[in-house]
Design a protein around this ligand. Structure first.
Ligand code: ADP
Length: 328
């Protein structure tokens, strides 16, 4: 029989994402509901190593469900990548009396958690919190929906000025290795072209498409570019390339940057965070360990870290086809 768990720790790690506070709240409240002590560690793994924590009860998380960012702060910890760092973290947990951890973060956070749980007998559950949506073990990560809404509201504003001046805008969005944000926001904002890391559409095709847009009488064009786009050119180089080849176009570049991580989480992200984190606490109390929770076909699931982190969380190529049809 699994050992009874009386104290659960929680932390947020890696890139921050809107909805992380809703996730922390759900962990603290579920712990209170099940009469388990909850410890919040600051700055992800670094706070575990340094023993930087706060005791959380149901009231410690009041009024945070609507707030962006994370009250526990997030960090990238170089120390945790070393065996010595992880030993310090394990020693701290032992000293504080934390018997299990809920780790809220992205794939890096999960990899760290997997290694940690293999080295020490401390059950961990990963909760996917990242705007990138690049984790195979879930259809959606916490923060992705809010980021998409932030991006389309920015592109809508750019469209207003673009069409007033007949300009072509390149808009760079986050996603170094994954084109989820670019693809979905591109379709949602009616972009003429979408450039993503997974698919090399080619520069010739881009020029052809822009020429076609011009011929068909469009007054503005928006090209959404993922940070890690496959053409190998960054957004400024792309803009220069188009200016050289299509001198008729007045080209501008907007890099949306860190604004994409901020803001009040959408209802979808708050609900997702709440569902995933109640499940995470319940799984730990049921003796489950070393899995990530996710949402697949609207069911909350538990997947091993290996399966959850495998390559090939594929983008929906159908969206590229839809975008092609609709940008006619
Ligand atoms: P994200 O969780 O958003 O993907 P990172 O990739 O920066 O962000 O990972 C967050 C933290 O997880 C890192 O700063 C590091 O402390 C820990 N981590 C990532 N990969 C490993 C690893 N291979 N071994 C141990 N810890 C890791």
């Amino acid at each position: 029989m699994a050992k009874e768990i009386r104290t659960i720790g929680v932390m947020t790690s890696g890139g921050d994402a809107p909805g992380m506070n809703a996730a922390i709240r759900a962990v603290a409240r579920a712990c209170a509901y099940y009469n388990v002590k909850c410890i919040g560690f600051y700055r992800g793994y670094q706070g575990m190593i340094e023993g930087d924590y706060t005791v959380m009860n149901a009231r410690s998380v009041r009024n945070i469900i609507s707030r962006g960012g994370t009250i526990l702060k997030s960090a990238r910890s170089v120390d945790f990548k070393t065996p010595e760092g992880r030993k310090k973290a394990a020693d701290q947990l032992k000293e504080i009396g934390v018997e299990a951890m809920v780790l809220i973060g992205g794939d890096g956070t999960f990899r760290g958690g997997q290694i940690f749980s293999e080295e020490y007998d401390i059950p961990v559950i990963g909760v996917p919190g990242t705007i990138d949506n690049d984790i195979a073990g879930t259809n959606y990560t916490i923060g992705y929906d809010t980021a998409l809404n932030t991006v389309i509201s920015a592109i809508d504003k750019i469209r207003d000025t673009a069409s007033s001046h007949n300009r072509l805008f390149f808009v760079e969005v986050m996603g170094r290795d994954a084109g989820f944000i670019a693809l979905n926001s591109g379709v949602g904002a009616g972009a003429e072209e979408i450039l993503i890391p997974e698919e090399d559409l080619g520069l010739d095709r881009l020029l052809e498409s822009l020429k076609r847009s011009k011929r068909s009488g469009k007054s503005s064009s928006i090209v959404v570019v993922s940070e890690g786009d496959k053409t190998g050119k960054n957004v400024y180089e792309l803009a220069d390339y188009v200016t050289e080849n299509l001198p008729d176009y007045e080209v501008r570049v907007t890099v949306l940057g860190h604004m994409q991580r901020g803001g009040s989480p959408s209802c979808f992200d708050r609900t997702l965070a709440s569902r995933l984190c109640v499940k995470a606490v319940e799984l730990l109390l049921d003796g489950e360990k070393n899995v990530m929770v996710g949402i697949i076909n609207n069911e909350i699931t538990a997947t091993s870290f290996d399966d959850g982190l495998r390559e090939g969380h594929e983008i929906n190529k159908e969206l590229l086809r839809i975008s092609d049809i609709l940008s006619t």
